[in-house]
Design a protein. Structure first.
Length: 153
C-alpha cells in the first residue's frame, strides 16, 4: 500500500472518530444542553409563528416568508443532539419517553425536519396557495412530536 493511501485511510479514520465523539461532550453541564435545545426551539417557534400569521391572513405574504421558513428549516436540526443522557430532568419540558423510546423520538424529529424542509421549498417558490398546505403538514409534524414527547405546561 502506498504511503499516500495509508495517510488517506488514517485521515478518514481520524475524521470518523472525531464525528463519533458523544454529543454530551459539547456541553459542560446537562443544564447547558437543555438551555441550548430550548433556545433552538424558541427561535424555531418564533419564525414558524410568523409564517402562521401569513397563513391566517394576519400578515402580508412577502419575501420574509421564505426567510422565516429557511430559518425554521435550519433550526430544526439543532436541538436534537442536545437530548443527551442526563438532560431528562431539571428545567425541561422533555418527557421520559424520549429516552425510553429514542427510535420513535428520532423518527418524529426526522419527520418534522422533512416537513419543514418542504415548507421552506414551498415558501421559496413563492406559491402562496401551496404555503397553507405545507404549513399544515409541518405544524402537524410538530404537534405529533409534542403530543408524545413534550410535557404539558
Amino acid at each position: 500500500m502506498k504511503l499516500s493511501s495509508v495517510i488517506g485511510v488514517a485521515a478518514m479514520a481520524a475524521a470518523g472518530v472525531m464525528m463519533a465523539v458523544p454529543a454530551a461532550a459539547q456541553f459542560a453541564k446537562p443544564e447547558d444542553a437543555i438551555k441550548y435545545r430550548q433556545s433552538a426551539f424558541t427561535v424555531m417557534a418564533a419564525h414558524f409563528g410568523r409564517i402562521g400569521a401569513v397563513v391566517k391572513g394576519e400578515a402580508p405574504y412577502g419575501p420574509s416568508v421564505a426567510a422565516d421558513a429557511k430559518i425554521v428549516e435550519t433550526m430544526s436540526h439543532l436541538p436534537f443532539p442536545a437530548f443527551v443522557d442526563g438532560t431528562d430532568s431539571g428545567d425541561t419540558g422533555a418527557r421520559p419517553e424520549i429516552w425510553k423510546n429514542r427510535a420513535k423520538f428520532d423518527a418524529a424529529a426526522e419527520n418534522m425536519q422533512k416537513a419543514v424542509a418542504e415548507l421552506a421549498k414551498v415558501a421559496a417558490s413563492g406559491d402562496e396557495g401551496a404555503l397553507k398546505g405545507a404549513f399544515g403538514v409541518a405544524g402537524k409534524a410538530c404537534k405529533d412530536c409534542h403530543d408524545d414527547f413534550r410535557k404539558r405546561r
